[in-house]
Write a protein that binds this ligand. Sequence first.
Ligand SMILES: Nc1nc2c(ncn2[C@@H]2O[C@H](COP(=O)(O)OP(=O)(O)OP(=O)(O)O)[C@@H](O)[C@H]2O)c(=O)[nH]1
Ligand SMILES: [Mg+2]
Length: 441
Amino acid sequence: MEREDMTFVSKLNLEMERQLLQLFPKPVKLHLLYQASMHDFSLSTNSFDKGGQFVIIVYLGRGEEARGAYLGRDRLNKYQSFFLFDLTSKQVTSIANNSEVETDEAPWTYGNAFKLRECYSHAKRLWVDFASDEAYNTGWAKESLTNRDGSLKDVEIFRVDDVGDVLLYPWREIVWNESTREELRENFVSHKVMSESLNSARVLLLGPAGAGKSSFLNSIRSVMLKRITHKSVSGAGAPDHLKKLKSSSIRAERGGHVTSLTLCEVIPLGEEEATGLSIPDARAVIKGHVPEGYRFQQGTPFSSQTIGYRAEPGIKDKIHCVLFFLDARKVTTYSDYLQKKIRILQAELHDLDVPQIVLLTHVDQVCHAVQEDVKYVYSSRTVKDKVQKAAEFVGIPVSFVLPVKNYASELSTNCNSDILLLSAVHIILQAVDDTLDDQCV
Ligand SMILES: Nc1nc2c(ncn2[C@@H]2O[C@H](COP(=O)(O)OP(=O)(O)OP(=O)(O)O)[C@@H](O)[C@H]2O)c(=O)[nH]1
Ligand SMILES: [Mg+2]
């Protein structure tokens, strides 16, 4: 617990604090803002901002006992969440855990269950009313405590601060449970592309070597097969990258039907001048001129003279979405050359009306919490910062950057990694549909 002013010593002892902190799903710290006994039991003297998250603790006159409430508002200061609690050094009980409070009442009032009020006619008097409110089901006997008769020892108000890297409120909302996983999987396998002449959207994976393009393909396959498959990962630092255009369809399950997603791999985008996929080659692939299996050759761009050139590509041959892969660990150190190349491609894609999304990989390797459990990805301050940096690097809005964690060293798939991968697929297919929809109008 932090105390701004050392004359301000909280009555919350260490054991009680430990008990109380257990009620929070993520690590937080309490910062004492107000103590009634230090403010002449007057509420009006406190002048702190009422937005954010607070804990109010009422110390009862009888023994080492306290009751209290938590109140939180989101970043937009809109909806409130709260819970009430009974607290001793030995245990804490959460009551009336409510995620949505419709009222916009005074900040220290929780229906009839808990009311903190000041007596206007008698200075230096503070009252706390408790009740067995039906809506909150507190089970508290109806009583009014006041500092005047000693039934109320003190009242303290704390600000609740996030600790370290994990933010209390995620910056994107996902419900991390088995039904989300199943729903996303169901949506994916039943998805139909918004075009009668197209069964599967061709999605091109672009990015520097080692960014995780092949791993993404493998990870999506693993999600569908419900077991890890290592089919096409080159391995870190492998000298032998893919040298040709290779399109892989994704099946709904082993031997199942082909889904509406086809992932197309090419050689990596080079990080140095004159290396990797050239702009003319990338352009030819995106427009559908390049045949399947074509082997890219450094220094010899694909052209209308190249054997296999498809002069009049149909909708099935073109690329319908481009994914730029960036490694979260390297996003601030990638070369200017790579940035220039991506930005040229990006401008072309814009002209060609091909949607583009950035997949930020290796997020587990920039944040311990995410390494432990992927469900922290949208609560991680570091990942949020890397997403912002990736958006700046590529020059697109933050909402087009999706953090993902590929299956790399796991021996089996897991619910939360599947959810993050499947939600990326969902957004990719949505982007394809939105563009095809526009083109049909
Ligand atoms: N921890 C972790 N490792 C990853 C992730 N994505 C990829 N990797 C590892 O990074 C290495 C490179 O990944 P690849 O998928 O082969 O990279 P690539 O983009 O296909 O690289 P090239 O084929 O060389 O262009 C592999 O060892 C992967 O296991 C990730 O999200 N988290
Ligand atoms: Mg690869």
